[in-house]
Design a protein around this ligand. Structure first.
Ligand SMILES: [Zn+2]
Length: 394
């Protein structure tokens, strides 16, 4: 197959020859091709690598179900308890729901995802079982990492730690965690338990840290210390990290130094409805890998979300007060090349010899793709078009 007249991020025009699922060649000149090759004119389409959503919750979405009438308090604990108590009676089947959200993500160009999956003593491992089945179903086209996520607390609800062990034995890839001080009310004990699980099962860590200002800084300091003490540099991520959005320089600067030293990745979702999120330039300039994700999509936590990572990149850019093209180009990296580093994906991106896995978006350049997040898209995986114009073709 030959794709002709594609626009690159550098503004050049190229043709791509796909053979046996791989990019056989990329050329600025017209390719000489055998008469039988299929030709697709991609004039006006921008070539981008396939996208990553590095923070998702596949087990939570109510996509395609009845509207969830959200009348919950603004308190995080209210939302946690509501979800734990009502998810089964509301009819959330995690295999079906994870499949829906994965297809929606694929339809918009996301082919790599890290999803957290709730593990708690009310629902046990049911949620994980369903998401694991969905992972298996789409494994040829969708790279999915799963974090066992003790959303209701790891230590505060006895029995959860043991369930986390079972989840890791069942196939969860990552040890998750949540607000060791605010939720577990035992920051030192909770961080210690998370690292104990990670060391026992030899898995990376990804902790939700919503705690803000001094409290968040204290917990983040503990995570940095434990990362260094256990030799887990490069294997720990902190999601949200709202404390890095603090205006207090004396609080943020030492944290950035510590995070860089410990090789910890920061994952941001740039929530428009949250006051302080990490300033992504500052984080990156400190030598820290920064990635992006959608977080909740149409679930009991948030009525919002389209599953489109380009839209999310726009939110992150806006939340960082970006206007310049070079800043928008930088924001794109959070869900492409920076995330590929986090996932250790080799052969990522549309280059000769790599799998023919990429996205074509109707836009003149990266900035326009983020600003307009157009519906005109073609998603290729191993040489096959698997989605077009927000429709999954599988
Ligand atoms: Zn989350």
């Amino acid at each position: 197959m030959i794709l002709q007249n594609i626009t690159t991020a550098k503004g050049t025009n190229i043709n791509i020859h796909i053979r046996n699922g791989k990019i056989a060649s990329i050329s600025e000149n017209l390719i000489e091709f055998p008469p039988k090759e299929e030709i697709l004119d991609a004039s006006g389409y921008l070539l981008l690598p396939a996208f990553f959503d590095t923070h998702a919750h596949l087990d939570k979405t109510v996509l395609g179900m009845d509207w969830f009438y959200n009348d919950l308090g603004s308190n995080r604990i209210d939302r946690i308890e509501n979800e734990r108590k009502n998810r089964t009676s509301f009819g959330i089947d995690t295999f079906r729901q994870a499949s829906r959200l994965m297809e929606l993500s694929i339809s918009k160009g996301t082919l790599y995802m890290r999803s957290h999956v709730d593990i708690d003593t009310d629902n046990g491992l049911k949620g994980l079982e369903g998401v694991l089945q969905a992972k298996e179903k789409y494994k040829d086209i969708f790279h999915l990492e799963l974090a066992a996520f003790p959303q209701s607390g790891l230590l505060i609800r006895p029995g959860t730690y043991e369930l986390m062990e079972k989840a890791l034995e069942m196939g969860a890839d990552i040890v998750g965690g949540i607000d060791p001080a605010e939720i577990d009310r035992d920051p030192k004990g909770s961080v210690h338990a998370i690292f104990q699980l990670a060391e026992k099962y030899n898995r990376p860590i990804d902790i939700h840290l919503h705690e803000a200002e001094e409290l968040g800084a204290f917990t983040m300091g503990l995570i940095i210390e434990h990362t260094l003490a256990s030799g887990m540099q490069g294997k720990v991520s902190i999601s949200h990290a709202f404390c890095l959005g603090s205006q207090k320089k004396e609080l943020v600067v030492p944290l950035l130094e510590g995070l860089a030293h410990a090789g910890i990745t920061i994952i941001t979702c740039g929530q428009p409805n949250t006051t302080s999120v990490p300033r992504i330039r500052e984080v990156s300039d400190a030598g820290i890998n920064i990635c992006g994700g959608n977080d909740d999509i149409r679930d009991m936590w948030s009525p919002y979300g389209s599953g489109d990572i380009l839209e999310r990149i726009q939110f992150i850019a806006m939340k960082n007060y970006f206007r310049k093209d070079k800043d928008l180009e930088f924001t794109m990296k959070l869900c492409t090349e920076n995330a590929a580093k986090l996932f250790n994906i080799e052969k990522y991106g549309p280059y000769t010899g790599n799998p023919a896995t990429f996205v074509l978006v109707k836009a003149r350049n990266i900035s326009e793709s983020i600003v307009t997040y157009p519906k005109e898209r073609m998603v290729f995986c191993n040489g096959k078009m698997i989605a077009k114009d927000w429709a999954y073709l599988g």
